[in-house]
Design a protein around this ligand. Structure first.
Ligand code: XMP
Length: 516
């Protein structure tokens, strides 16, 4: 397995994902996690990530000396390379000029890391297209190191000490813009560090099944099934592991997507044979939300009601000893980062499905070590429909934050229908997977329309579709005008009470993805 020490790069998670795609388990730890944790992890190789700081500054982060005492191969990327150079007495020069974007590096002395890896050869010299993003650079090699590759602006773009198996790269092999990046990482992980590529979807499933069985024994496990990707995959996995010891509770809040409740029952209860208890709490949610229009207040109410309903359902199952949750690895990394204060800006959402604290159940979180793409692969492997597994994210408070202002029962149906029309049209046009998230929003303002000879004074539906990688920033999707025209006509024709459709052309920032 590979340990990734995080120096704060925006690409750190990507490094971990790439290593896992190669088939090797990897974990991220903050660079200052402490010697004990590093030693206990027993890595076959260590990767030091990039980071925003400058090695030239006294107080900037350093690579813990233990990393080099363990005798395992070490790869420093960007800041990681500079910190490695500094550690061994090389020179790093600060620079005001930032290099950012594509660069071509020439392989000077490829060594084990690059042997046979190149995009093209010119005058007998191997060349690589890479993605650079740095300010500082290594300007003097530490003793025992050679320059492996160069660019015009960074004469030492890569360095190596083959005897000690230490490697530095000024560019980023983890981003797809570096076309041979995967092969370079593979070389480090498989050949140089000697890892076996055994981290496969089937192996992960087998491993988790064995662990869950051992963990919960003969006990009953409760799971709040929401229709989202993570809880669905947990349900499928636990069902495989412990069969009828799993009991899912599906709370129908009345704020779900079009026919979502029926779909969840069809897939899990009927098709997979999972035990699911469907709780109809629509009236309870509507009553609790009556008269409330502040978005944060609505989120709190929805979260609180959810816990009440879930708690009441759980009380009917005193035999349960465990609560399963769909926590995934990025959640774990984020909350660890939030605790140490190292993570940048973390959004805190009041999530529906939060654990009632006094429930007295032990937690089982089988996806805790997995990235979203791994979770999806497992879902497919376990037989969940692709349309469910590849679904866009849906906020915990559901339509509660997509009906602006006060939530009234009569707004729910037109919104669900409009959203369903938009989503199914995106699917049939082959656009659904091209956008990261798409949905309809209900605006409780009336505008004038004319249908036939009659004037109508009715509500507005806004459509939103965005493209994003991390949901922290996003751009609105350039959907084809004919496509939008078709969707708009269908919504006005088929959704009662709607006489106007608008398309949201705001980026994030400054707008958020959701309207509330
Ligand atoms: P914003 O609107 O903040 O959304 O740009 C970013 C992502 O988070 C989702 N979102 C939520 N998810 N509970 C959730 O579980 C919430 O309260 C919530 N609010 C926003 C949003 O759908 C988008 O994917």
């Amino acid at each position: 397995r590979i340990l990734i020490l995080d120096f704060g790069s925006q690409y750190t998670q990507l490094i971990a994902r790439r290593v896992r795609e190669i088939g090797v388990y990897s974990e991220i730890m903050p660079f200052d996690v402490g010697d004990e944790a590093i030693r206990d992890f027993a890595a076959s190789g260590i990767i030091c990530s990039g980071g925003p700081e400058s090695v030239a500054l006294e107080e900037s982060p350093r690579i813990p000396p233990l990393v080099f005492d363990l005798g395992v191969p070490v790869l420093g990327i960007c800041y990681g390379m500079q910190a490695m150079a500094a550690h061994f007495g090389g020179a790093v020069s600060p620079s005001d000029e930032k290099e950012f974007g594509y660069a071509e590096v020439a392989l000077a002395e490829p060594g084990r890391l690059f042997e046979g890896i190149e995009d093209r050869v010119e005058d007998g010299q191997g060349l690589l297209e890479v993605w650079m993003s740095h300010g500082d650079k290594v300007t003097g090699l530490p003793e025992g190191f050679v320059t492996t590759c160069t660019t015009t602006s960074a004469p030492i773009a890569g360095m190596a000490n083959e005897d000690q198996r230490l490697y530095g790269l000024q560019f980023h092999p983890e981003v797809t813009h570096t076309s041979q990046g995967r092969r370079i990482l593979e070389r480090f992980v498989l050949d140089i560090s000697g890892c076996d590529a055994t981290w496969t979807t089937e192996a992960i499933i087998d491993d988790q099944i064995a662990r869950v069985r051992e963990q919960v024994g003969k006990d009953t496990v409760l799971l709040g099934l929401s229709g989202g990707v993570d809880s669905s995959v947990v349900a499928a996995l636990l069902h495989q592991a412990i069969g009828d010891q799993l009991l899912c509770i599906f709370v129908d809040t009345g704020l779900l997507r079009y026919q979502e409740g029926d779909e969840v029952m069809a897939i899990f209860a009927e098709h997979l044979g999972v035990r699911v208890e469907r709780v109809d709490a629509r009236d309870q949610f509507m009553n609790a939300l009556a008269g409330v229009s502040d978005p944060e207040e609505k989120r709190k109410i929805i979260g609180r009601e959810f816990i009440k309903v879930f708690d009441a359902a759980a009380k009917g199952h005193q035999e349960a000893g465990w609560l399963a949750q769909g926590t995934i690895y990025p959640d774990v990394i984020e909350s660890a980062g939030a605790k140490t204060g190292k993570a940048k800006v973390i959004k805190s959402h009041h999530n529906v499905g939060g654990l009632p604290e006094d429930m007295n159940l032990k937690l089982v979180e089988p996806l805790r070590e997995l990235f979203k793409d791994e979770v999806r692969k497992i879902g497919i492997e376990l037989g969940l429909p692709k349309s469910l597994v590849m679904r866009h994210p849906f906020p915990g408070p559901g339509l509660g934050v997509r009906i602006l202002g006060e939530v009234k029962p009569e707004y729910v149906e037109p919104l669900q229908k409009a959203d369903h029309i938009f989503i199914s049209e995106l699917r049939s046009a082959g656009l659904y997977d091209k956008v990261s998230q798409a949905f309809a929003v209900f605006l409780p303002v009336k505008s004038v329309g004319v249908v036939g000879d009659a004037r109508r004074y009715e509500y507005v539906i806004a459509l939103r579709a965005v493209e994003t990688i991390d949901f922290m920033t996003a751009r609105w999707a350039y959907l084809d005008h004919d496509f939008l025209d078709h969707v708009s006509r269908r919504i006005i024709n088929e959704c009662d009470g709607v006489s106007r459709v608008v398309y949201d052309i705001s980026g994030k920032p400054p707008a958020t993805i959701e309207w509330e």
